[in-house]
Design a protein around this ligand. Structure first.
Ligand code: HEM
Ligand code: FES
Length: 349
């Protein structure tokens, strides 16, 4: 968490993450070029590079898209999520290199503007077997550029979280365009059929993981309607909440995280202001809820981040009656302090 904008706030974890990512990309490129060169000795180094860079970018995009649902299904994948945006920028760099080399190789030999040439050099837009596949790549590259250029938290704050998130959901549009780019490219090119099967397996994996993760989330979105007294809703027994952790419930259509800590109970919105991370899956450290995704912190009693940070989430009224935790579904404005319910006093009352 940072209150000022630095290009990247490096720490040993980020260095290790980027080192492993860059090392894996270099290894992937070396293997892809080596294998293709051995199998297709007629290919020039330009074609080998174009193919290897495109394959690396697309593979990395598939990995990036799988990290979200995998982290929802199993917390052991969370370290991958932590710096996923670095992977996004690396993927864009590979895609840009692939696109530029392709344009230089195939579209700079004539009088047309190379970008116009990408769009018109094959004009069989009315066919399926010969449909121009490169414009799909160009459109995807433009979307990936906007996303990579706005990936820093500076843009998240200046564009506002909803606009930034809507913009970054365009990754799925870019993905659909790229699947078309590769699919039509494979159909028309002399590239191996294995690429076609790999593409189908990749798309199936991404789709399946998203569906399974969405299914996994459904119970958390089911409205808790166990209304007890004065509009308060019964959430769980005190002992069902592990110390310094939370139980999640759904109230008024919103996910709420109910934390137990130091003999007290507080409830805040489950949605982190940074990138919608699930606060209820975080822990309380030094009196603050720590978001499991990138470490933003919030006071469980006020929903406000400790100074100098300014993020705030809504808070909820809480009661503890006869060993049960009750929460009022009406949220307070983000950052409104709410007196925590005290466990011991209520038990002896
Ligand atoms: C200006 C944008 C782009 C252009 C002009 C372009 C052009 C091309 C061309 C000409 C090929 C066929 C290469 C060959 O078989 O010799 C190709 C294949 C491919 N492209 Fe693109 N591309 C663009 C953007 C992208 C992007 C953004 C990605 C992924 C993020 C991508 C991924 C791929 C992949 C995976 C292949 C198949 C590689 C292989 O045969 O192993 N392309 N592209
Ligand atoms: S810190 Fe990034 S989503 Fe919470």
């Amino acid at each position: 968490m940072s209150s000022t904008y630095r290009s990247i706030a490096w720490n040993p974890n980020k260095r290790r993450y980027d080192f492993v990512a860059v090392g894996s990309i270099v290894a992937f490129l070396a293997i892809a070029i080596g294998v293709q060169a051995a199998v297709h000795q007629e290919l020039t180094i330009e074609t080998l590079l174009i193919r290897a860079l495109g394959a690396a970018a697309f593979t990395l995009l598939n990995i990036i898209l799988c990290i979200g649902p995998l982290s929802r299904l199993d917390g052991r994948f969370l370290p991958l999520l932590y710096n996923r945006r670095h992977l996004g920028v690396m993927m864009f760099s590979l895609a840009l290199a692939h696109g530029l080399f392709s344009i230089i190789q195939f579209h700079t030999g004539g009088t047309l503007n190379p970008l116009v040439s990408v769009l018109v050099s094959n004009d069989r837009y009315g066919t399926v077997a010969q449909l121009p596949f490169q414009p799909f790549g160009l459109a995807a590259l433009m979307i990936l550029f906007v996303m990579a250029a706005t990936s820093h938290d500076f843009w998240l704050h200046n564009l506002t979280a909803p606009v930034w998130k809507a913009l970054h959901m365009c990754v799925y549009l870019a993905y659909a365009l790229l699947v078309s780019h590769v699919m039509f490219g494979v159909v028309q090119g002399e590239v191996s059929r294995i690429l076609g099967w790999t593409l189908a397996a990749a798309v199936l994996t991404v789709l399946t993981l998203h569906l399974v993760a969405a299914r996994h989330e459904v119970p958390g979105d089911r409205e808790n309607q166990d209304v007890r007294r004065d509009g308060f809703v019964d959430v769980c027994g005190i002992d069902e909440i592990p110390d310094k952790r939370a139980v999640m419930t759904c109230l008024s259509g919103e996910r709420v995280a109910v934390f137990r800590y130091d003999g007290r109970i507080s409830a805040i919105s489950n949605v982190c202001q940074h990138q919608n991370g699930p606060l209820g899956e975080g822990r309380i450290v030094n009196d603050c809820v720590v978001c499991p995704w990138h470490g933003y912190e919030y006071s469980p009693a006020s929903g406000a981040s400790p100074a100098p940070f300014t993020e705030k989430v809504p808070t909820f009224d809480v009661r503890v009656i006869a060993g049960r935790v009750l929460v009022h579904p009406q949220p307070h404005a983000p950052g409104t302090p709410v007196e925590p319910a005290v466990i011991l006093e209520t038990r002896t009352a």
